[in-house]
Design a protein around this ligand. Structure first.
Ligand code: CP3
Length: 333
């Protein structure tokens, strides 16, 4: 059994497994080298040989307990025919959203467009380096995908709130997104994904309608994944009430963000927990890293806990600090 699966079912497991969000990314020189020769990010995600190689880069360096497939949550709008570009320094830019067009996309057409991702998962899962490791497939939560599809860029750059006023439109779009997320998840599992993580990076944007726009569509996905007999991890970043989220959505594990007090979580949440450490800690020094990482390990020492960060690793992170973190987690007793 893999270390993470053991942690999910065996309350007395000893060593905390570790992997890192965005572990295949720009802090790795070997990633930057491939990236510099492949300026089109979407094409890179759809190059099954290169995406497999990138996925394995952090495994080779750090022997993490899970490989997360090198892809992006925005491959979903791409599969639905919405144009998408990643420009240097400005993040993703999406094209016009045409509801009639995406309503008519067939399951086969969608799966065919994203097929290289599934081939890459299948390559990775048969690679010997991934023996006894989980292969993490992932999707964006319906709400976060909707935000990008409507806003056409990261809400960090700009967000006009009135785009969320048309509830009928939102519900229609959420239901199309959810339908295709299920297909994308099934395809990833068929190809060899052993865990699915749902990234709801913009869950924290909503104050009203949380139940309708976040809980219900996410629960719908979670139930679907459970039926496929694969564990599901939710990351509702920025949400205020993790306890309530877990009670309603019931994922197999929840990833906490770095603004959440782990001492509060340990009192409130019974299910396995993942993550939490602020990625900025990796930009400080070894002593501080030791102190902050040990804080999480101590707090969760009698709770099923998978070590991870509270958001993606930052591109300016030094390799030595990641090595140090892995050592701290593996040496903790
Ligand atoms: O290693 C891994 O974690 C697997 C690959 C992965 C990527 N994106 C690759 C990527 C995963 C799991 C994601 C998820 C993702 N993508 C999320 C959810 C997690 C989060 O960060 O909140 C979101 C919101 C996106 C959308 C996205 N993709 C943005 C906003 C950006 C631009 C900002 C940035 O960090 O560069 C991306 C680009 C992206 N996705 C990169 C990588 C490695 C950087 C591409 C580059 O080299 O320029």
């Amino acid at each position: 059994m893999t270390p993470i699966q053991d942690c999910l079912i065996n309350k007395n497991h000893k060593i905390n497994p570790i992997w890192i969000m965005r572990q295949a990314g720009r802090y790795l020189p070997e990633f930057r080298e491939i990236r510099s020769k492949n300026p089109n990010f979407i094409k890179l995600c759809l190059n099954e040989n290169l995406s497999s190689e990138i996925t394995l880069q952090p495994i080779k360096r750090f022997d993490f307990d899970a490989a997360i497939i090198f892809s992006d949550i925005l491959m979903l709008p791409y599969g639905l025919g919405q144009e998408i570009k990643f420009e240097k320094g400005s993040g993703p830019k999406l094209g016009k959203l045409d509801l009639d067009l995406i309503t008519n996309v067939s399951k086969d057409e969608f799966s065919r467009k994203l097929n290289p991702i599934y081939k890459s998962i299948s390559n990775i899962s048969s690679n010997i380096i991934c023996k006894n490791k989980d292969i993490i497939g992932f999707v964006g939560a319906p709400w976060t995908i909707l935000v990008y599809m409507i806003n056409k860029m990261s809400p960090k750059k700009s967000l006009s709130k009135e785009i969320f006023n048309d509830k009928l439109f939102i519900n229609k779009l959420l239901s199309i997104i959810t339908k295709f997320l299920k297909i994308h998840i099934e395809n990833q599992i068929k190809a060899g994904a052993t865990i699915i993580q749902i990234f709801d990076s913009w869950a924290g944007l909503l104050e009203d309608n949380i139940s309708e726009f976040i809980y219900e569509p996410t629960l719908n996905l979670v139930n679907h994944i459970k039926k496929l007999d694969v564990p599901v991890v939710c990351f509702p970043r920025g949400i205020k009430d993790y306890k309530n989220f877990c009670e309603v959505v019931k994922p197999d594990m929840v990833n906490i963000d770095y603004n959440i007090d782990p001492k509060k979580i340990i009192k409130e949440i019974e299910i396995p927990v993942q993550g939490g450490l602020d990625p900025k800690i990796l930009l400080t020094d070894r002593e501080n890293l030791q102190k902050e990482a040990t804080k999480y390990l101590q707090i969760f020492k009698d709770h099923p806990y998978v070590f991870n960060l509270g958001h993606g690793i930052l591109p300016e992170t030094k390799i030595e600090m990641v090595e140090e973190l892995v050592k701290i987690v593996r040496d903790f007793k």
